[in-house]
Design a protein around this ligand. Structure first.
Ligand SMILES: Nc1ncnc2c1ncn2[C@@H]1O[C@H](COP(=O)(O)OP(=O)(O)OP(=O)(O)O)[C@@H](O)[C@H]1O
Ligand SMILES: [Mg+2]
Length: 365
């Protein structure tokens, strides 16, 4: 987390409000189904969970990762923050979709300044957008060795109008955006904070309208990909199958409501859609394996509300023959059960993963 050169001073355990330092961003995950908020505080070598919550968004608030209805989204965020009594204003968000390109390029080793100049002048060769229309960022992954003076650089380009849409909405809601991340990297940060260094894992966040796949090998992201498939597909097909409302279909999907009618058709529908998700994950793994034939995937970790479908981890394990588990983004966090109900935390944890990853980001001023 880039804290080198900065010695942490231990404060006494009593906590005077005027002494409280704010060092971490408020994690805010704006999904197409709901907004998720997570506040963490640094505690010893780890984190303490301070607050978390979610609120549904009106349908069509987001379209392929871009805000469609900033006024309504801003209102939902403001009321969620006020209900949770969060005082924090410095937020970290993440984006994905057609407006974000994440690309790994291989370049000769150079200084940070030279790299910035090189990327600015050569960016159009790497990204399909007009350079004037994007925000560019990069990170030297320092993969060079003593015998190889080339290094991998992670390049991120995000459409200015889409990012500005989020920033304006947040500022109008009285917040101060300090970090704009990419969904796949927020997922990765949540993983590091809770699982430490594990070789070769596939992180898959299944939301309502998209999946983020991130394959990590030896501490770096090898492949980060978004796929336009998600759990809303299931709701829509259940709606068509039974001729029922969206809310009723959601209740059937989540198991809140059960039916014996058309049970077999319903099961087939689940199998069909979940197989499409597995196919996408397998495709990403095949791509990874073709470039690193000697590296085995140790496990797949599923997050997002879509990962909560009964039996999904078992289904993924059977189809991929790889160990699969559900992401717990609070595995290592200290939680006060008097403030946060453990049953609520357990049920909401998978879809809180991105927000938790964002909440580990230091405030950048
Ligand atoms: N218990 C459950 N079983 C099955 N599906 C569930 C369950 N709980 C939530 N979901 C589904 O998960 C989806 C919401 O997940 P999530 O909050 O991760 O999406 P999002 O972040 O808002 O969307 P996206 O990331 O695609 O923009 C919804 O489609 C919802 O129906
Ligand atoms: Mg999401």
């Amino acid at each position: 987390m880039g804290k080198s050169g900065f010695k942490k001073i231990s404060l006494p355990s009593f906590n005077l409000p005027f002494l409280k330092r704010q060092t971490l961003s408020l994690g805010l995950d704006i999904g197409s189904h709901s907004v998720k908020i997570c506040e963490l505080a640094e505690s010893g070598n780890g984190y303490r969970l301070v607050a978390l919550g979610s609120a549904l968004l009106p349908p069509d608030s987001l379209e392929d990762g871009a805000l469609q209805n900033p006024g309504a989204v801003g209102k939902v965020i403001m009321s969620l923050i006020s209900n949770l009594k969060i005082k924090h204003k410095k937020v970290a968000i993440s984006i994905s979709g057609y407006s974000v390109i994440v690309k790994k390029i291989n370049l000769a080793v150079m200084s940070e300044d030279e790299l910035a100049k090189h990327i600015e002048s050569e960016a159009e060769q790497y990204i399909p957008f007009d350079i004037n229309d994007v925000y560019l960022d990069f990170q030297d992954l320092s993969t060079n060795t003593s015998s190889e003076d080339r290094t991998d650089v992670m390049l991120v380009a995000a459409k200015r109008d889409v990012v500005d849409g989020y920033l304006n909405m947040l500022r109008n809601a009285g917040l101060q955006p300090v970090v704009v991340d990419v969904d796949a990297f927020a997922l990765e940060n949540a993983f590091w904070a809770n699982y430490g260094l594990t070789d070769n894992v596939v992180l898959v966040d299944i939301g309502a309208s998209k999946m983020n796949i991130n394959i990590i090998s030896h501490g770096t992201s090898i492949l980060a990909r978004d796929v336009v498939l998600g759990s809303r597909q299931l709701t829509e097909q259940i709606q068509n199958l039974f001729g029922i409302s969206f809310e009723e279909a959601e209740a059937l999907k989540t198991g809140e409501m059960t039916t014996q009618e058309k049970r077999e058709e319903l099961d087939n529908l689940f199998t069909n859609i979940c197989s499409q998700w597995v196919t996408e994950v397998k495709r990403a793994i095949d791509f990874y394996s073709s470039s690193q034939p000697d590296e085995m995937i140790a496990k797949i970790v599923l997050s997002g509300g879509g990962a909560k479908i009964q039996g999904l981890t078992r289904f993924f394990a059977k189809e991929t023959k790889i160990a699969v588990e559900l992401f717990n983004p609070f595995k290592q966090a200290a939680v006060d059960n008097k403030i946060i109900d453990p049953a609520y935390l357990k049920s909401i944890a998978p879809e809180m993963t991105l927000a938790a990853g964002l909440a580990t980001r230091p405030v950048e001023i």
